[in-house]
Design a protein around this ligand. Structure first.
Ligand code: NDP
Length: 302
């Protein structure tokens, strides 16, 4: 049996990101710019509410300007668009995000288009997706893929030339992560698998790095992973647990106990990718403020 795996500590890497950002925020403040983030929450989904709370808390800890807009579940598309347009015009706000998933009556794509690329710190606007595909660093890359890459780099995993298998092809994680990893300069060889993939375990078994982002608790088992691979678990799934204080606990897409012993390094859930997603949101907000101060934000919005 090989050495015990390295546990990739997302909280520690996030702290490193915050230490870097503090310097940048201080420099921006010296120029009279306080980076500002607006988070819009529609409805009262408890998980979304918790995410919004932690984003707001992190903004405050870093000394960013934070606006938390809480709207009722029955908010119409027209009302939401009016709020978003107001935030888009507000010079104190550099980044805007609408917490996912919004209620059924909301067309998320239309909202992202309305907020424009320059304040789209989630990286979901078509122009930002195009920039990611083009390798144009002036755009915003979605936070979770950015966090995964940073975790790999900080853990000393050589991504260049490695075979990375990404499980899941969502626009939030899988697809942008694949685009990011295959960029020139990052240079991974990327395979994306999804619910229609045949022989999935055979493919993941050839991976140097596996990134699981499918939303299926414990889906990745020992048989999917070759000895010595690195595993990044993006999944956040609630499973019932009568012994847990809240009646549930959070688990990833990877069956940690049986997979970890085979790996060279693996992220835990919680405490892996989750903290990095918020850290990269803060980083994107600071980037948006920097771009706006240099005038590039205006250009990006055209
Ligand atoms: P989506 O539901 O949008 O996408 C899931 C993807 O996984 C789809 O591409 C789907 O395939 C694929 N998939 C589902 N089941 C299987 C299966 N059995 N075998 C192979 N592929 C499968 O999920 P998200 O990308 O939004 O989220 C994925 C997970 O990551 C969730 O647990 C979510 O909570 C978590 N997450 C965590 C974040 C963090 O900060 N740590 C941030 C964002 C998400 P198909 O396209 O064919 O349907």
């Amino acid at each position: 049996m090989s050495n015990p795996p390295d546990l990739i500590d997302g909280r520690a890497v996030a702290e490193k990101v915050y230490a870097e950002l503090r310097g940048e925020i201080a420099a921006l403040k010296a120029e009279g710019i306080t980076p500002g983030l607006a988070v819009v929450l529609i409805g009262d989904d408890p998980a979304s509410r918790a995410y919004v709370r932690s984003k707001d808390k992190m903004c405050r800890e870093l000394g960013l300007h934070s606006v938390k807009l809480e709207l009722p579940a029955e908010t119409t598309q027209t009302d939401l668009l009016a709020h978003v347009e107001e935030l888009t015009r507000d010079p104190a706000i550099h980044g805007i995000l609408v917490q996912s998933p919004p209620p059924k009556q909301i067309d998320e794509g239309a909202i992202v288009r309305a907020l424009g690329p320059a304040k789209d710190v989630d990286g979901f606007h078509p122009l930002n997706i195009a920039k990611l595909a083009l390798g144009d660093a002036s755009g915003f890359v979605p936070c979770t893929p950015l966090g995964c890459l940073r975790l790999l780099r900080e853990s000393g995993v050589a991504v260049s030339g490695a075979h990375v298998v990404v499980l899941g092809r969502s626009m939030i994680v899988g697809k942008p992560l694949a685009l990011l990893l295959m960029q020139k300069g990052i240079d991974a060889t990327v395979t994306v698998v999804h619910s229609r993939t045949r022989h999935l375990a055979e493919i993941t078994h050839t991976a140097d790095v596996i990134v699981a982002a499918i939303g299926q608790a414990g889906f990745v088992r020992a048989e999917h992973v070759r000895e010595g691979a690195v595993v990044i678990d993006v999944g956040i799934n609630r499973v019932e647990d009568a012994a847990a204080p809240r009646g549930y606990r959070l688990v990833g897409d990877v069956a940690f106990d049986e997979v970890a012993p085979k790996t060279a390094a693996i992220t835990p859930v919680p405490g892996g990718v989750g903290p990095m997603t918020i850290a990269m949101l803060m980083a994107n907000t600071v980037k948006a403020a920097r771009l706006s101060s240099s005038g590039a934000g205006g250009a990006a919005s055209r």
